[in-house]
Design a protein around this ligand. Sequence first.
Ligand SMILES: NC(=O)N[C@@H](CC(=O)O)C(=O)O
Ligand SMILES: [Zn+2]
Ligand SMILES: [Zn+2]
Length: 420
Amino acid sequence: MTTYRLKGVSVLGAAPTDLFITDGLISDKSASAEVIDAAGLVALPGLVDLHTHLREPGREDAETVETGSRAAALGGYTAVCAMANTSPVADSAGVVEQVWRLGREAGMVDVQPIGAVTVGLAGKQLAELGAMATSAANVRIFSDDGFCVADPRLMRRALEYVKAFDGIIAQHAEEPRLTEGAQMHEGEVSTRLGLTGWPAVAEEAIIARDVLLAEHVGSRLHVCHVSTAGSVEVLRQAKARGVRVTAEVTPHHLLLTDELAASYDPVYKVNPPLRTAGDVAALRQALVDGVIDVVATDHAPHAVEDKECEWAYARPGMLGLETAFSIVLSVLGEQWELIADRMSRTPARIAGLDGHGTDLAVGSPANLTLVDPSARRVVDPAELASRSRNTPYSGTTLPGRIVATFLRGEPTVLDGKAVK
Ligand SMILES: NC(=O)N[C@@H](CC(=O)O)C(=O)O
Ligand SMILES: [Zn+2]
Ligand SMILES: [Zn+2]
């Protein structure tokens, strides 16, 4: 194993120092080391994504575990949680083990499969949660993401079931009866454009119900892609009561608004939809306050034919892994402690990923990323490692650049380029 010396690196914004990586661990010195000039670079614990769609098995034309892993490493990630809405659905030990194995083979980030809550994401019958938990994939997070576990009885049983092994149910909060035919956020812009709206209350009603269920059962609930100011208030109250609930916000919901739908460019079509400037402000404040615990990408690659079509027919979702850090940097500024907490430490703790999200201290596993906060780049979809192109930031100049990423002491990215 090569030993590395990160020369003149700033750990979370502190004064420049030298950091050594030896035998997969952070160390304080080494006899001979390959020197990486890290002057002006900031070291962060490797980023951890609680919400990634890798599309394998089933839609390898949109993304594979390998291409998604490369996109993640280039985005500064060392671990990603892979959502279960693949084809076949990751609702059995066999499928979650397949995804886990593909992640190991790709070897660029730790790929932690999420298991489905219900068989085939159909919302009718609980999947084999226990078998997935005891499989080689060691699943702890379960989600029907893409769909809401709308049936309250099933949701209660799922929460009860995972309590035994401290598992967690990650809910895509969308009351389906309130979003039938929905195309975008319900509000002034949808009225103007004549598009069917997805009202904020469809999200808030499910979160309110689920925090009550989680409180009743005493289980852990995680709320995916929170998008409204009202949801933040429901979460704030639940947390004040001691409910075991955590929540995530996506980079795009921290930055973009429903006004973009006026372009009718389906690259802006996403679930939950882009909301108002008021929602964006509330989400930013909640992330700073800790009412929202983490940033998760909801990286949702889609093939060209599923995305570059009429708005109504386009699939919802946008890429996230290769731009998330830059968006968060532009939103939060150089608050390194806060960024490390919301993008690494807390997501690692929620997912129970040992060895990730740890402080960059001597003896810790060398899962880290080096960022250049002063760099600027123009996003070019053709240059992305993702197999898909549906980034909403095409042509936009973003701050910050991922220079290097290390997974257990081995570089996955050097000089801003993937090592494999
Ligand atoms: N976010 C999206 O708009 N789409 C996701 C599903 C989801 O996260 O709900 C997808 O799988 O494409
Ligand atoms: Zn979702
Ligand atoms: Zn998703």
